[in-house]
Design a protein around this ligand. Structure first.
Ligand code: ADP
Ligand code: MG
Length: 320
């Protein structure tokens, strides 16, 4: 990389778009995005160049639901899952891109912001495809579930009394397809929004072509891959907590300021500290980053990004 500035990958969590169940509209999401990009603008003002990754779980859920309702009511064609991912990257990217650009204009920082619709290659032989576990879309009755299983090749499971649901695989990200584009933009000083929702999962169709697959990639894993592939100076995971805790939610909970890579691995292996599906994948994503040449990683919430970068809060995980 020829960029002489320090580059950070910032993975932003669901709380940067949806604050609570009462604030889920597009306008509410825009306001939430605007709050988070204010803090990212602080970072940029302090001299960082940034590649932003983000989640999209609820947003893909909304797109799918609209698609299902329109299909049932009017016979409108449905939107495939990979395309829902692309749609969400566009809409979320738009909110982040516009709000961040506005903050930069206001601060007279002459930088451009761009969203890259990003595909992430997964291995078609990934064991996750043999055991899909990630529930997607609305509940169905058994007849519909069985019909879709037969006609559309869906995997469906019954969810204890609540009905049937589609499940998809969550494979490991192998390569960011648009990596060279992202690097070129960063080298040109552009702030990039990429790997949204973990990226649109694609496989090698066998003849070298890419083909979208119905799967979901963990956004922290995809952001970690990006941070490794661009040799980021910092991997920052912005989420709903200021710090990471040991024995989270238990009477002997202990908030952490600093962890070494070895300590992070040990605590993750102990299994009881970091909840599966929320904090555990973040710690794993950071471990992979640090094991592959990364120097430092940080977990905090959007409002504390500035203070954390000055060393005043957040949980730092360092390679030493
Ligand atoms: P995101 O959308 O940012 O990925 P998640 O809900 O998946 O958010 O993960 C962040 C959440 O993980 C926190 O809000 C917190 O409730 C939970 N969590 C689980 N274990 C821990 C821990 N050990 N320390 C801090 N937070 C934890
Ligand atoms: Mg999460």
């Amino acid at each position: 990389m020829t960029n002489t500035k320090k580059v950070a990958v910032v993975a932003i969590g669901g709380n940067s778009l949806i604050k609570d169940k009462q604030h889920q509209s597009v306008e509410d999401q825009y306001e939430a995005a605007k709050e988070t990009t204010y803090h990212i603008a602080d970072m940029i003002e302090a001299g960082w160049d940034v590649a932003i990754g983000h989640g999209n779980g609820p947003q893909v859920g909304f797109i799918l639901r609209r698609s299902e309702i329109a299909n049932k009511a009017e016979g409108m064609h449905e939107v495939p899952l990979d395309v829902c991912g692309a749609d969400s990257q566009g809409a979320i990217g738009y909110a982040l891109q516009q709000t961040l650009q506005n903050w930069l204009f206001q601060r007279k920082i002459n930088k451009n912001v761009a969203t890259v619709i990003t595909q992430v290659l997964v291995d078609r032989e990934d064991p996750a495809f043999k055991n899909p576990t990630k529930p997607i879309g609305s509940f169905m009755d058994e007849a519909e579930a069985k019909r879709r299983e037969r006609d559309m090749n869906w995997s469906v499971v019954e969810d204890a009394g609540r009905g049937w649901r589609r499940v998809v695989a969550s494979p490991q990200p192998k390569e960011v397809v648009e990596l060279d584009t992202v690097k070129a933009l960063i080298n040109a000083g552009v702030i990039v929004i990429t790997v949204g929702g973990g990226g649109i999962p694609v496989i090698d169709a066998g003849n070298g072509d890419y083909a979208g697959v119905a799967a979901v990639i963990d956004k922290d894993f995809a952001s970690s891959l990006l941070a490794r592939q661009i040799n980021a100076d910092l991997f920052l995971i912005s989420t709903a907590v200021e710090k990471v805790a040991l024995n989270y939610g238990k009477p002997d909970e202990k908030w952490l300021d600093r962890l070494t890579l070895a300590e992070a691995k040990q605590y993750l292996a102990e299994g009881k500290h970091f909840a599966k599906g929320s904090m555990a994948p973040k710690i794993q994503a950071i471990i992979w980053y640090l094991e592959n040449g990364g120097k430092q990683a940080l977990i905090t919430n959007p409002e504390n990004i500035g203070r954390a970068l000055k060393g005043e809060t957040g949980t730092w995980i360092v390679n030493e």
